[in-house]
Design a protein around this ligand. Structure first.
Ligand SMILES: Nc1ncnc2c1ncn2[C@@H]1O[C@H](COP(=O)(O)OP(=O)(O)OP(=O)(O)O)[C@@H](O)[C@H]1O
Ligand SMILES: [Mg+2]
Length: 467
């Protein structure tokens, strides 16, 4: 069964049960209230009438013994008189004899009714018949001078109360039908409001499962369904991002592989070329030259393999870095000492401005960062000076700045991708692999640190590392 119909059925059932319980209670309560009012009315009329009859008879009788004969003769008149004021048939009984009746008496000796019998025990009593047209029989003792015991009885037709009861029942049925129709109407609207977004969600989820990732559910409500739709949209977006990331990763892997094979080709071709030459020639100079090239290309390849191994080692998720409290100033100075020879060869001035700062880093990896960045400035920038500063301002900041040719914006954008090289290094005179800054970025990430490279054409390059 569809949720929509379940909600509908539940609402209608709840309403039906409520009406079935409430209806009879309300109708019964209203009827009882009516009957009680009538009973109170008859009781007060009864009290008044008995008083009136007693006064009437005592006034008329010249002595007390005349009371029975006056009652015999005047009862019918008294009943008719009282009937004019009371909306009820009036009767007067003496024992099981009917002395007077406001309506025509058909027989005098009738079977005495229980409520009348009760009055001769000194009690007021009433009976309501249970058939369709109900009648209320009410009787009260009529004692004259505490000596003669009569009974005054009212026969009250309950047709007004019956009508009202019937009216109430039909009103209840009409209201019930109206309420049921309204409930069906609103249930359809509400269940639609609940189930439409669920249907949308189901459709979207189906499309999503078929690989259509651009799914979005319209969120119109602020309730649990809205929240579900929001979460669905969020999930679809995350899925989209994840799949895009995977695609990117796949592209990157393919690029990496293409680049690797491309890069390895040139030195291998050179090595093979000179190796063949060695077989063919006897010229000692050519042999020397060939051996030199074979050795240097082999070394270069070894350098690349080492860098690749380092990169893959850093990329391993279980790679552990050995952090310890490291004096950064000392480490930087050590690196600078080790490249003095290179700096002199390129005629570069090195200016240091280092605060004596320590940080919790892996000293060997930290050294690698500085070596790679300095190596780039030396190799590519054609600068005549490099500044290194180390300060503690909003975190420990290490700046390495050269004043050379700068990096092209396009290169800068992809500079951390493996094998990505700028134009300068593609030219054969300077031979980098494009792996240095990938390794640097990996080390920076492992330390949870930040690296920013700012560069402008002929304005130089500044690398800032924030620990
Ligand atoms: N200070 C700089 N000035 C000018 N160009 C730079 C500078 N630093 C880096 N580059 C450019 O960025 C490229 C990427 O540098 P990266 O260190 O990753 O690779 P590489 O130096 O070419 O190779 P490897 O470091 O593996 O030997 C370089 O090829 C170079 O073109
Ligand atoms: Mg480099």
């Amino acid at each position: 069964m569809k949720l929509k119909y379940k909600i509908l059925a539940l609402n209608v059932a709840a309403l039906f049960i409520m009406l079935m319980i409430l209806g009879p209670i309300i109708i019964k309560t209203a009827d009882n209230y009516n009957l009680l009012n009538i009973l109170n009315y008859l009781q007060s009329q009864g009290d008044y009438s008995t008083f009136y009859i007693e006064q009437y008879v005592l006034n008329k009788a010249s002595n007390i013994f005349e009371v029975p004969s006056i009652m015999e003769s005047d009862s019918s008149y008294l009943c008719s008189y009282l009937n004019k004021n009371i909306k009820s048939r009036v009767q007067i009984f003496y024992g099981n004899r009917l002395l007077g009746d406001s309506e025509e008496i058909l027989e005098e000796n009738i079977t005495i009714r229980p409520e009348v019998a009760e009055t001769f025990k000194g009690n007021k009593a009433y009976i309501i018949t249970k058939n369709k047209n109900r009648i209320l029989y009410y009787a009260t003792p009529l004692n004259i001078d505490n000596r003669y015991n009569y009974s005054l009885a009212f026969i009250y037709d309950l047709k007004d109360a019956d009508n009202m009861k019937a009216q109430n029942i039909s009103m209840f049925i009409v209201t019930g039908i109206l309420a049921a129709s309204l409930s069906v109407f609103f249930s359809i609207i509400i269940s639609g409001k609940i189930t439409n977004p669920i249907n949308d969600l189901t459709k979207s989820a189906k499309l999503l499962s078929q690989g259509n990732l651009e799914q979005k559910v319209k969120v119109s409500s602020n309730d649990e369904i809205g929240e579900l739709a929001n979460n669905f949209n969020y999930m679809a977006k995350s899925l989209r991002n994840m799949i895009n990331q995977l695609k990117d990763e796949k592209d990157k892997q393919k690029n990496f592989f293409d680049n690797f094979t491309h890069e390895i080709r040139t030195p291998l071709t050179t090595i093979l070329g000179y190796s063949e030459l060695l077989w063919k020639t006897d010229d000692i100079d050519v042999k020397d030259k060939s051996l030199f090239h074979i050795t240097s290309e082999g070394k270069r390849m070894l350098d690349m393999i080492e860098k690749l191994l380092e990169l893959s080692r850093l990329k391993r998720f279980d790679f552990q870095i050995n952090k310890c409290d490291t004096n950064l100033k000392v480490v930087i100075e050590e690196v600078c000492d080790s490249i003095q020879y290179k700096l002199r060869r390129y005629n570069i001035d090195l200016k240091l401005e280092l605060e004596d700062l320590s940080a919790y880093v892996d000293p060997d990896l930290f050294k690698q960062i500085i070596i790679n960045i300095l190596d780039n400035s030396i190799k590519y920038s054609e600068t005549s000076s490099i500044d290194i500063t180390l300060h503690n301002k909003n975190g420990i900041k290490l700046r390495i700045k050269d004043y050379g040719i700068g990096i092209e914006p396009e290169t800068l954008e992809n500079i951390f991708e493996p094998y990505y090289k700028g134009d300068k290094s593609r030219s054969s005179s300077i031979e980098g692999w494009g792996l240095g800054l990938s390794i640097v970025k990996e080390i920076i990430d492992k330390h949870g640190a930040k690296i920013e490279i700012a560069s402008g054409k002929n304005k130089g390059t500044e690398v800032v590392i924030t620990l």
